[in-house]
Ligand binder design. Structure first.
Ligand code: PMP
Length: 396
């Protein structure tokens, strides 16, 4: 079966996509569309066993408890967790809450006066604010912790691992990093972060843009991290779903503080169905498909004079010489030299093309830098990319 044929079959499984052939959804980095299997799993759950988890002595409640607990195991399995008996999965509403949980409930009690942590200053602000907040909470208790910026290299679209190595010292106790950048789409080569910081420093990975888009395999020695935090809603599950996976090996186990209340059972049910669907579709095949579309887009767009593609120019070189990790993963952000982003977004939408215009929640960036982001998933097609390019070329 050819890749294109298989993709068509997968695309057919997204009711919102097939119901709107005149539109092209190009905003999957914000949230993904949902396959029928996920919608059906939610409907089945709500019409056959809806109850609260762990609170009842009747089959619906027991079934709900099983679904919630089983989904923890499913998350571990999906991530290729090599030590599932020692790790923890904590459900959240998404990456923002997940990173905040790691910061507040794990990092704050873990740090001592004079410790240093490395955090990304040019990534999503969801992966900066919690660490700043942790620093503030500790300062209020008289514990001073230093935040150092993970050095970012615009040319490669990756962290500067050599400069990172120079920043690491005996007081470095924690690193927060991103797996795939939400504006530039670059893979941040986690194995090089581990090599730079050494074997003992816990790494927390914001995997919001990688889970569901490419293989995130903890059995791979190149992905030796301690926390993987992601949003279910960007990975085919419902809004309000997400998880933190914690290895519990370097430092104490993750134990979210306080009474957790009723879990988002429907979100968790949807997450389980989404992970099943993603495994069926194949994360590697999804990554190959979106990489092909991305290359098709950037190869044309970089020759259209009024457009500037933002970030990682090396990824625009002839892609045959680039290792896969240096390519953009389905995310291309660009601007037109004369057309403001809101107008460009509006023009594209008048052609049925749904993109993200400005305000990409990047730490340190202004609200408006004139950019438009195209972000892709497995349901996007070559025809959609060509339609987008035709409209963009007509504005050149
Ligand atoms: N990190 C990254 C890299 C993201 O792209 C996003 C969402 N755009 C987030 C964190 C926040 O995710 P959520 O809104 O689901 O909490």
């Amino acid at each position: 079966m050819s890749a294109a044929f298989r993709q068509r079959e997968l695309r057919e499984q997204f009711p919102i996509v097939t119901a709107h052939p005149e539109s092209a959804y190009l905003d999957s980095a914000a949230t993904s569309q949902k396959p029928r299997a996920v919608l059906e799993a939610v409907q089945t759950y709500l019409t056959t066993s809806n109850a609260n988890a762990g609170r009842g002595a009747y089959p619906w409640a027991n079934r709900t408890t099983e679904l919630v607990e089983g989904t923890r195991d499913r998350v571990k399995e999906f991530l290729g967790d090599p030590g599932p008996d020692h790790s923890t999965v904590h459900f959240t509403s998404g990456t923002t809450e997940g990173l905040r949980t790691v910061a507040r409930d794990w990092l704050v009690p873990y740090l001592n006066d004079g410790d240093e942590i490395l955090v990304p200053f040019a990534d999503h602000r969801a992966n900066l604010d919690p660490w700043v907040e942790a620093q503030r909470l500790l300062a209020a208790r008289g514990i001073r912790v230093h935040l150092r910026g993970l050095p970012y290299q615009a040319v490669s679209g990756d962290y500067d691992h050599r400069a990172l190595g120079d920043l690491v010292g005996p007081r470095t106790r924690f690193v927060a990093a991103t797996h795939v950048h939400h504006v530039y789409g670059g893979d941040m080569n986690v194995h090089r972060i581990r090599a730079a910081v050494g074997p003992d420093v816990p790494i927390c990975l914001d995997a919001a843009q990688s889970v569901g888009h490419l293989s995130v395999d903890l059995a791979d020695p190149g992905l030796d991290v301690d926390f993987v935090v992601f949003s279910g809603h960007k990975a085919m599950a419902l809004p309000g779903s997400g998880a933190v996976w914690a290895r519990n090996a370097r430092g104490p186990a993750l134990r979210p503080a306080g009474w957790q209340g009723t879990p988002n059972t429907v979100g968790i049910v949807s997450l389980r169905a989404a992970l099943d669907w993603l495994d069926m579709a194949g994360p590697d095949r999804i990554a190959d498909w979106t990489a092909g579309l991305t290359t098709r887009l950037t190869d044309r767009l970089r020759h259209l004079a009024p457009y500037e593609i933002l970030g990682c120019p090396t990824s625009l070189a002839a892609d045959s010489v680039l290792p896969a990790t240096q390519r953009r993963h389905g995310i291309v952000t660009f601007r037109h030299q004369d057309i403001p982003s809101d107008d460009l977004g509006f023009i594209l939408y008048s052609h049925g093309l749904m993109v993200r215009a400005d305000s990409l929640c990047q730490a340190g960036a202004g609200e408006k830098d004139g950019s438009v982001r195209v972000s892709l998933h497995v349901y996007n097609t070559v025809e959609e990319i060509d339609r987008l390019l035709t409209v963009l070329a007509s504005l050149a």
